[in-house]
Design a binder for this molecule. Structure first.
Ligand SMILES: Nc1nc2c(ncn2[C@@H]2O[C@H](COP(=O)(O)OP(=O)(O)OP(=O)(O)O)[C@@H](O)[C@H]2O)c(=O)[nH]1
Ligand SMILES: [Mg+2]
Length: 142
C-alpha cells in the first residue's frame, strides 16, 4: 500500500503507536474507510492514524467502528475504520453499523479499499458508496 500523499500523524506529533483509537475527533473533517471484508481497511486505518486495531487474514475481524486522527496533505482529519460490507443493503449487524455510519455522519471523503485481484466483485460497492448523500470526495484505494 503506497500512499505518498499521506503522512502518519504519529510521525507529526509523536502519538503513541498503540493509542486506543476510540476517541471521537469532533469538529474535524472525517474520512471514512469502507470496503468488503478482509481487504485491508484496518491496515490502512493503522497506517493513517498510527493507532493499532486488529488486522488479520480473516473476514469479519472488525465488528465495530474505530476512530483515530491522521494527516493528509497537511490537514488533520478524523479517520474512521468500519466493519466490512458486501452491499449497501445491510444483511448483518456489522453491515448495519457501517451503513448507519455512512448515512448518519457525512464524510469529507469516503475511501473505498478494494482488492485488485477481485475487482469485479469489489466494484459492486463502488457506485453506491460514491453516491452517499452528504459525502464529499470518493477515493478508491487498491
Ligand atoms: N498483500 C497485501 N495484503 C494486505 C494489504 N493490506 C492488508 N493486507 C492483509 O490483508 C488482510 C486483511 O487486512 P485487514 O486490515 O484486517 O482487513 P479489513 O478490511 O480491515 O478486514 P475486516 O475487518 O475483516 O473487514 C491481513 O492479512 C493483512 O495483512 C496490502 O496492502 N497488501
Ligand atoms: Mg478491519
Amino acid at each position: 500500500m503506497n500512499l505518498p500523499f499521506l503522512r502518519n500523524r504519529a510521525q507529526d506529533v509523536g502519538a503513541g503507536c498503540h493509542a486506543p483509537p476510540q476517541t471521537h475527533w469532533a469538529g474535524l473533517p472525517q474520512i471514512t474507510i469502507v470496503g468488503n471484508p478482509n481487504v485491508g481497511k484496518s491496515a490502512l486505518f493503522n497506517r493513517l492514524t498510527g493507532s493499532y486495531v486488529s488486522v488479520s487474514n480473516y473476514p469479519g475481524t472488525t465488528v465495530e467502528v474505530a476512530r483515530g486522527q491522521g494527516t493528509v496533505n497537511g490537514q488533520t482529519l478524523s479517520v474512521v475504520d468500519t466493519p466490512g460490507l458486501y452491499s449497501l443493503m445491510p444483511g448483518s449487524e456489522e453491515e448495519r453499523v457501517t451503513y448507519s455510519l455512512l448515512f448518519d455522519e457525512p464524510s469529507a471523503a469516503v475511501i473505498h479499499v478494494v482488492e485488485a485481484r477481485n475487482l469485479e466483485r469489489m466494484l459492486a460497492l463502488a457506485i453506491p458508496c460514491s453516491a452517499v448523500p452528504g459525502s464529499g470526495q470518493f477515493w478508491m484505494v487498491f
